[in-house]
Ligand binder design. Sequence first.
Ligand SMILES: [Zn+2]
Length: 216
Amino acid sequence: MIESNGNGVLHSSVLVLNRSYLAVRVVNVRRAFVMLYRSAAEVIHIDNGTYANFDFDSWCQWSMFVRDNQQENGDGQQNDWIRTVNLRIQIPRVIRLLHFDRLPRQHVRLNRKNVFARDAHCCQYCGQSFPPHLLSFDHVVPRSRGGATEWENVVTCCLTCNSRKGDRTPTEAGMELRRHPNRPASHPLLHIKLGNPRYHVWRPFLGQSGSAIDVG
Ligand SMILES: [Zn+2]
């Protein structure tokens, strides 16, 4: 259904709310449009603090209206667009699930991607940053010594340091952690997203309960 317009906008993010307007996760544009097209979700459009709800068809009509209006006024609002065969549709920033009352996650999910994000993709032993495929997930106290898989005992580690450390504690290996690992109170990627003006409209939905939602 959707063609990329080559600007990478399909990689932009959409906040998903449950029926009660609580943030439950962040998805990519393609996933958001699939949910809209299947009537599993509606668009929540925020304009000067006022919310408006749109289904897929009315959102397409709204998009055409905005596009025509922009052309007339020549105003360059910060909207992203995608093109389908027949339409040019504005990318929504927030959608709301119509059928599910999934509750917001209370704790950030522990997985490789989120640990790497917490540690800013820096090896916690040598301090260098690497792309994800050159990183591994190190148990500070090895599992063979009873070390648990929990935020306080896992760190981002480059392949060289991982191999050097082996099945030892940092002290035994003569290696020092740059920072003591902690459980993040909110999703590390969310802060990065919220620094981008296009996602400022998410802020009213991200109270304490929404901060641990999955991103990406
Ligand atoms: Zn390293």
